[in-house]
Design a protein around this ligand. Structure first.
Ligand code: OSB
Ligand code: MG
Length: 369
């Protein structure tokens, strides 16, 4: 049972230690909403993975703030909820807006687990104390620069290297990495930059022995991924196209994906992420936990989720110090030789450093019951 007294929305801007470029754009700072759910002295925290601009998905920080303030928060504020499991039902009549929903739902999970003195991972049925992690490297200006970056992360012991690709920036960088590192676990992520007209070109990836190619085709296009999968030897992993357990079930049924990237925000919450995991486990599809360059709040939730049994591939939850000079949680989330220790505290496992949050906050809004 839980009863919220107040919800605080904050928008934060945290400078990134590097510019991160994908096929859909480039960012130099992480701009995001933090949701604090206050039950009267005890707070739960959730991070919204939308950006200021709607390039990865249709949501933005402004749209998420609007939907949270006018619809999602009022659906739970001042009411007695049996628990976070009941959140999807409480907001069933609000369509889409998955990142906004996920941020508030995560805050409720965190709050409920903190109140019960249990870590989120344990509460969800997690089975691991450390999770395997890889890195996601943005598109680089030069192949020499990319190789130096790969070398740093291979030397740090990361379990998988993923490189972003786009048309014109694909075969040559991947060939260079594969030549230098014949046996590392290597993947590529196109963030929906290709079409089926590029199928013959994409077949050239087969010679690099990639663990998978992530989201080569359109973000709403399950069907054509199944068509491409019939021609490609490299397994297809879907990211953008899997927005629900239903999408995962359809992808499995038509052969659109042999691997699935699970992101809490993209699927609308922890409850739905667990359901995606269940569908994939039943279909024999390995999953891994994706990342959205999260601060420690979102990163910690990801690491907790990745303790579930079918998260068998290295996730995108690398050390927070790769991204930020200073993070907003304690203890810091730091990988050791490709493994992230799961923070053992209650809820998401880490404490929020309010004074650091305040310094990165650009606006704040309190919603009272
Ligand atoms: O496609 O996985 C993606 C970052 C922002 C938006 C989409 C993606 C990513 C990443 C970064 O690949 C993963 C991370 O290190 O957090
Ligand atoms: Mg991706």
């Amino acid at each position: 049972m839980m009863r919220l007294h107040r919800v605080i929305l904050r928008r934060l801007e945290m400078p990134l230690r590097f510019r991160f470029r994908t096929s859909f754009g480039e960012i130099a700072a992480k701009k995001f909403l933090l949701v604090e759910a206050d039950a009267g002295g005890l707070s739960g925290w959730g991070e919204c993975v939308a950006d200021d601009e709607p390039h990865y998905s249709e949501e933005t920080n402004a749209s998420a703030a609007d939907v949270l303030r006018r619809f999602l928060v009022p659906a739970v504020l001042g009411r007695t909820l049996p628990g976070p499991e009941s959140f999807p039902d409480a907001v069933r009549e609000i369509r889409g807006n998955r990142m906004a929903k996920a941020a508030l739902e995560t805050a409720l999970w965190d709050l409920s687990c903190r109140a019960g003195g249990i870590s989120l991972g344990r509460r969800l049925g997690g089975v691991r104390e450390r999770v395997s992690v890889g890195v996601s490297l943005g598109i680089q200006p030069s192949i020499e620069g990319l190789l130096a970056l790969v070398a740093r992360h291979v030397d740090a012991g990361y379990a998988r290297i993923k490189v972003k690709i786009e048309p014109g920036n694909d075969l040559a960088p991947v060939a260079a990495i594969r030549e230098r590192y014949p046996s590392i676990e290597l993947t590529v992520d196109a963030n929906a930059a290709y079409t089926l007209a590029d199928a013959a070109h994409l077949l050239a990836l087969d010679r690099f022995d990639l663990d998978y190619v992530e989201q080569p085709l359109g973000h709403e296009d399950l069907w054509r991924h199944a068509e491409l999968a019939r021609a490609l030897r490299t397994p297809i992993c879907l990211d953008e196209s899997i927005r629900s357990a239903e999408d995962a079930a359809v992808a499995a049924a038509i052969g659109a994906a042999r691997v699935v990237n699970v992101k809490i925000g993209r699927v609308g919450g922890i409850g739905e992420a667990v359901r995606v995991h269940g569908v994939c486990a039943a279909a024999g599809i390995p999953v891994w936990c994706g990342g959205m360059l999260e601060s420690g709040v979102g990163r910690a939730a990801n690491v907790q989720l990745a303790t579930l049994p079918t998260f068998t591939k290295p996730g995108d939850t690398s050390s927070a110090s790769r991204y930020f000079d200073e993070d907003i949680v304690d203890p810091p989330l730091e990988a050791e030789r490709g493994e992230m220790p799961v923070p053992a505290g209650p809820g998401i496992g880490v404490e929020v450093r309010r004074e650091v949050v305040d310094r990165f906050t650009t606006w704040r809004e309190e919603i009272l019951a």
